[in-house]
Design a protein around this ligand. Structure first.
Ligand code: ZN
Length: 390
């Protein structure tokens, strides 16, 4: 026992010595590294933090001249050129990186991705697509497919978009909304070519992918109406589930037309009134008012908007009521009412636009695919509201 304890005592200083030596070596290495980093590098970082990208880039270019061996510096510069919109310079930098012989496999793949993104931003989709395809059997395949999906959507290559989204599908993202939308886009193209049957098949595929696809239901109804099948059309539109019922507003005018073609216009208007009583946000009040005015007269239209305002007070509702008042007001009161109407009009202008819940892009026209942020189904089918509040 005693011999073993002595042996430990003898070896302890060696352990301490080794630790001290290792620590010394590490410290020396760190000091050497920090000396090799030019002070300018930190200045550039400070400029970046202060949002002064141009000043940072100038410094990085200077450093890169003297430290051409540093890949990370070239990568940073490539990103900064792209951020500043200097796409040609970004492309040259990424091509320069890719020509190096000392790249690791992951650095090569990252630089290929970077170059592809430069090409996408420059609108050179063919060149980007080729690079991204080359990455399809690498560790970067998923990232490459995300970029490919963006290209196919911009190029309206919907079949390729469907195939790519199916490859990207995993437990965190089913892509069912996107794929259903791609089938709807295919159907829109078929309809432009008067290929109704093909369009119906594509819309059924959309429903197979996403059985609550409101857009597919709306389009199937529109096709049925155009083929003089008003009952089928109405059936499609009324099949929309409660959570998507607000999309019915997009088909409301067609719904009225379908009832009109069956000589049952009053039934159609009554149906819409029942819906708006059940779903107060349903954006059909203007249409019902207009239809009542044309078919049942000013009193019926006035009673309807007054009732709506009582049940669901809103600025657009008040504006509508004033419109109805103006139609029957005596001449000496009209100018006062018109002044109030103008004020209300200025205050309700924002209620006449559709809003993207992702990027806030506003537009008079409803979009399934936001032109501002390229996201799908981000617009509520209710003017003056973003999707999250419907
Ligand atoms: Zn948007």
């Amino acid at each position: 026992m005693i011999e073993i304890q002595f042996w430990w005592l003898a070896i302890l200083p060696i352990f301490f010595g080794a630790g001290w030596l290792a620590a010394r070596v590490d410290i020396k290495h760190v000091i050497a590294e920090s000396h090799s980093l030019p002070i300018a590098y930190f200045k550039a970082v400070n400029h970046l933090l202060a949002g002064e990208m141009n000043k940072a880039i100038d410094i990085y270019i200077e450093i890169a001249k003297n430290h051409s061996e540093t890949i990370e510096l070239q990568v940073t510069l490539g990103h900064l050129f792209r951020r500043r919109g200097e796409l040609e310079r970004a492309i040259r930098m990424h091509q320069k990186i890719l020509s190096r012989r000392d790249l690791s496999e992951s650095q090569r793949q990252q630089s290929q991705l970077d170059l592809a993104i430069d090409f996408i931003k420059s609108g050179l989709f063919d060149r980007a697509e080729k690079i991204l395809h080359d990455l399809s059997n690498t560790d970067s395949a998923r990232l490459a497919r995300v970029e490919l999906l963006a290209i196919y959507q911009q190029e309206h290559e919907w079949q390729k978009a469907i195939a790519t989204a199916e490859l990207l599908r995993d437990e965190s993202n089913s892509f069912q909304h996107e794929i259903a939308q791609f089938y709807c886009e295919l159907a829109s193209e078929s309809l432009i070519r008067n290929q109704n049957e093909k369009a119906i098949n594509e819309l059924n595929l959309a429903l197979k992918e996403h059985r609550h696809s409101a857009r597919a239901r709306l389009m199937l109804g529109e096709i049925a109406l155009s083929e003089a099948r008003p009952d089928d059309a109405i059936e499609h539109w009324l099949k929309m589930p409660a959570q998507d019922i607000h999309y019915l507003a997009l088909a409301a005018r067609h719904l009225i037309a379908a009832f009109h073609s069956k000589n049952q216009l009053a039934d159609g208007i009554a149906l819409l009134i029942r819906y708006v009583q059940q779903y107060p946000e349903l954006d059909v009040v203007d249409l019902i008012y207009e239809q009542l005015l044309a078919t049942a007269g000013i009193d019926a239209a006035y009673d309807f908007v007054r009732e709506r305002l009582r049940e669901h007070p809103s600025m657009p509702g008040l504006k509508k009521l004033l419109d109805a008042h103006l139609l029957v007001a005596p001449a000496d009161q009209k100018s006062e009412l018109e002044v109030i109407g103008k004020l209300l009009h200025d205050n309700t202008r924002s209620y006449s636009m559709y809003y993207c819940s992702e990027c806030g892009f506003k537009t008079r026209q409803f979009f399934w695919h936001c032109p501002g942020c390229n996201q799908w189904e981000t617009y509520a089918p209710v003017r003056g509201k973003s999707r999250s509040v419907v």
